[in-house]
Design a protein. Structure first.
Ligand code: HT7
Ligand code: ZN
Length: 844
């Protein structure tokens, strides 16, 4: 397959003045009529006319009213055109009902919907489907369906048709259309300048009771973007539509956001606290794209982090403001390390701004999104809050209406702050997670920290240059008092020392507070020091981090040397649990243990080959030790943090529930599941019911609850996704592959729905001990299903291939088993470009 390079970028040969589209909807024979005004781009060096097009049946084409016969070529068409503005008209036929790839125009439960990012519009009609071609769209939809939506503002509608006009020029990837028998949950919002906006959430009949939370989240997002970034909404209407069959979470189409129903539908009975938090964040994320993504878009797909990194950063700020800043930061770092550090450390590592790709869908990654957001956070730390918002104002002023680049973004910051950001730019260009080694010295009241940065080679990048790293540091004296409050050290050299003078005793440093840079800190530390920081650090992130390091060190001893659980860890975490002055949500996080994947990587970093089963068993042993060590306190905590008020998914209540449920999970290891059964039986919300079910499964007493849960929820597809996933992720690893296999035979299993596929095969792939079972059953099952899914849905298949990305960490037997499965998939006839690229990179 052909690789595309950033360095080959050329401006478009033709620009689009305006676009008129007419859709005559029919499941297997939708007609799409386009009338597009093109003009030659004066900046282009070529006059060749090429339009992208895939899976289209061309019925007719005209230029300035005269029939033409274009040359149909791979990926589109070419045609001779006038050397002046001209009108292109085409009619094509497409088949939404048989479009299982969920890109372009497709059908989901009788509803027509679209997904055009990144390159789906070319499956709707012939068009220059690239983000730097922006135009004004007018759309007419003809169908008997009652709800017919597109981007922008409604123009007119009548029996069997509706017309929409979007006044804001946009690239084709932001185009959207929906048609269906949908129920509307309406509301309104008045912007700060007094403009009335109509808000709607459209859902399938039966889901109308699950829209209220999403609507509130939308209104909060609109207020927040006005208050924090000064950004107002710019159309008369904002529509959200929930769709069941969707490859990702949601899509920010201008004025018509389309959501995976799992990312917008919420009710106390069917959604957990975590679901609510996620839904609030995704609604905010898509809404924030209206400015960072839509009003200012990307010049080309290499610049994806320009909109995604910034928008993830903005949604994280929003969640921190709506809920708890430290808790959000800890959650985000857990996710960053689990997904992005893992990616950065393996065969799929790539720069935040990649310089080549085969299939852009494979680059909607944790690196582009989450590391991209970390870069924005570092920039803000380096320039300071006021300068950050001043630069953002300049960015919006200067680039509104543009298809911009990372260079544009950095230039704005350079001009507005006077800083040279050429070294900072390396963060966008160099893949891999920097290692930051620290050494300390103390003499005559002066404490010196010496940092050394290095980044291991990544595919295609052997050498790395030093980056600028903001390192937030505080110092504690031996009593645990903070003697130097948080100070940001700006590291620019490969090796660099920083001195703190005037101290009366050797301090304990708290380094990388709030996780001020996405690096791996390598620092020799003792368990006594970790326990000290866990007890005294004023920085909540580093307080949590100290507990995590303590747990990790003990677990490594257990795995490698058969040590008993570390009593010092058990005592330290008990202190935290008992400390009622601490936020319950924080305490719940402090009770959490490093994941199996985290421990596997820790062992690799220490020069060992991880044994997935030994890791699993050490975690189980430690959890049992925690349950017995804290036996007196856990029931007290469990009772104290029961929420008696009516269910609210807010930070206070969900924090209390998360602590009580962390306690329940431990209690059920020693009480035979009694408390879990009682909670399961009496629960009036999904958080409590699911935590009860999970605790019962952990106690080995879940069989009956699994059956009753299904009976209760079999009509609710999103709840049944949870039912599929939980049985696999909490199965005995020796049985996980069989449990997953059996669930793929369940009548409710379908591979056409990405949520269900992920809930089943994804759950297995994310359960390391079960997935990496020594006989290779997990690998084979996943490979079997990837082979079946690829012809239907390449995008979701390719994403799930990352289950194999850590394969080189394991022993040679497992590596051979995985290699055989990778090769088997790669040998399939007609394997998609998406999956071929992913597996070729993983195979190495
Ligand atoms: N900008 C969107 C990314 C996206 C996507 C969404 C749904 C289905 C397929 C997709 N391909 C790319 C989502 C976002 O980041 O907001
Ligand atoms: Zn996004």
């Amino acid at each position: 397959p052909q690789k595309i390079y950033l360095s080959d970028y050329q401006v478009p040969n033709y620009l689009v003045e305006d676009v008129h589209l007419t859709f005559r909807l029919a499941p297997e024979a939708t007609r799409v009529l386009s009338r597009i005004t093109f003009r030659p781009n004066p900046d282009a060096s070529s006059k060749d006319f090429f339009l992208h097009g895939e899976d289209l049946q061309l019925i007719s084409a005209k230029i300035d009213g005269a029939e033409v016969t274009p040359d149909l070529v791979v990926g589109g068409l070419t045609c001779a055109v006038p050397d002046a503005p001209f009108v292109w008209e085409a009619e094509v036929e497409i088949s939404p009902a048989t479009n299982t790839a969920l890109e372009g125009l497709y059908m989901s439960n009788g509803m027509y919907c679209t997904q055009c990012e990144a390159e789906g519009f070319r499956k709707i009609t012939y068009y220059p489907d690239r983000p730097d071609v922006m135009s004004v769209f007018t759309v007419r939809i003809e169908s008997d369906l009652p709800v017919l939506l597109s981007n922008g503002n409604p123009v007119t509608s009548g029996e069997g048709f509706a017309e929409w006009h979007d006044p804001w020029p946009k690239p084709a990837y932001l185009f959207a259309l929906v048609g269906g028998e949908l129920i509307n949950h309406p509301d309104t919002f008045t912007t700060k300048s007094g403009k009335e906006v109509e808000l709607n959430i459209y859902v399938r009949p039966g889901d109308e009771g699950k829209c209220a939370f999403g609507m509130e989240a939308l209104k909060k997002s609109m207020v927040w973007d006005e208050e924090v970034y000064g950004r107002e909404y710019d159309l008369d209407i904002f529509n959200i539509v929930a769709v069941d069959d969707f490859n990702m979470g949601a899509m920010e189409n201008k004025g018509l956001n389309i959501f995976n129903s799992s990312c917008v539908l919420a009710s106390a009975e069917t959604s957990t606290d975590m679901n609510f938090e996620r839904i609030e964040a995704i609604i905010a994320h898509e809404y924030f794209h209206n400015w960072t993504g839509n009003r200012i878009t990307c010049r080309d797909w290499f610049q994806l982090c320009l909109k995604e990194g910034l928008t993830v950063y903005r949604d994280a700020q929003f969640t921190a403001d709506m809920r708890s800043e430290p808790v959000k930061r800890i959650e985000d770092v857990i996710a960053l390390r689990a997904r992005q550090f893992r990616e950065d450390n393996g065969p799929l590592a790539h720069p935040v701004r990649p310089d080549s790709f085969v299939e852009i869908n494979n680059f909607y990654t944790a690196t582009v999104y989450e590391k991209g957001a970390e870069l924005i956070g570092m920039l803000k730390t380096l320039v300071g809050d006021a300068a950050y918002y001043k630069a953002l104002d300049l960015y919006f002023d200067r680039h509104d209406g543009d298809a911009a680049t990372i260079e544009d973004w950095l230039t704005v910051f350079e001009e507005s702050t006077g800083r040279d950001l050429s070294q900072f730019k390396r963060w966008y260009e160099q893949a891999g997670t920097p290692r930051l080694a620290v050494e300390e010295a103390y003499e005559d009241g002066t404490f010196t920290l010496t940092f050394k940065q290095s980044t291991p080679p990544t595919p295609g990048q052997d050498q790395k240059d030093p980056r600028v790293i903001p390192i937030a540091v505080g110092l504690l004296n031996p009593n645990g008092d903070e003697v130097v409050p948080t100070t940001v050290l700006e590291m620019t050299e490969a090796t660099q020392s920083f001195r703190f003078e005037g101290l009366t005793a050797r301090p304990t440093p708290s380094i990388l507070r709030s996780f001020s840079a996405p690096v791996i800190l390598e620092r020799a530390s003792s368990n006594a020091e970790r326990a000290f920081l866990l007890a005294h650090d004023t920085d909540p992130f580093n307080k949590w981090e100290a507990g995590r390091a303590l747990a990790r060190a003990g677990l490594v001893e257990m795995i490698l040397n058969g040590a008993a659980p570390d009593g010092a860890y058990l005592d330290a975490v008990l202190q935290v649990l008992r400390d009622d002055s601490l936020d319950p949500a924080f305490r719940a996080l402090a009770l959490g243990l490093p994941s199996q994947d985290d421990l596997a990587q820790t062992l690799v970093d220490q020069g060992h080959t991880p044994d997935p089963q030994a890791i699993y068993e050490a975690l189980e042993t430690l959890k049992m030790a925690m349950a017995t060590h804290m036996q007196d306190v856990l029931p007290r905590i469990y009772a104290q943090y029961q929420v008696t008020e009516a269910y609210q998914p807010d930070a206070a209540q969900s924090g209390a529930r998360s602590l009580a449920n962390a306690a329940l999970s431990l209690i059920s290891r020693v009480d035979g599941g009694t408390a879990a059964q009682a909670q399961y039986d009496s629960a009036d919300n999904m958080t409590q019911q699911l935590a009860g079910l999970a605790a019962l499964l952990t106690a080995g007493k879940g069989a009956q609850a699994v059956a009753t849960f299904y009976e209760q929820w079999k009509e609710d597809r999103l709840v049944i996704d949870k039912w599929f996933g939980l049985q696999i992720s909490l199965a005995d690893p020796a049985q996980a592959a069989e449990v997953a296999e059996q669930l793929t035979q369940h009548p409710d299993f379908t591979m056409k729905n990405p949520n269900r596929f992920r809930a089943t095969l994804g759950a297995l792939a994310m359960s390391p001990a079960g997935f990496h079972r020594a006989d290779g059953a997990g690998y084979k099952l996943l490979a079997d299903w990837l082979i079946k899914l690829d012809p239907l849905n390449p995008q979701t298949t390719a994403r799930m291939c990352s289950a194999f990305e850590t394969w080189k960490r394991y022993d040679s037997d497992r590596q051979a088993l995985i290699a055989a499965q990778l090769d088997r998939i790669l040998a399939q006839d007609g394997l998609s470009r998406d999956t071929t690229e992913m597996l070729t990179r993983i195979r190495g």
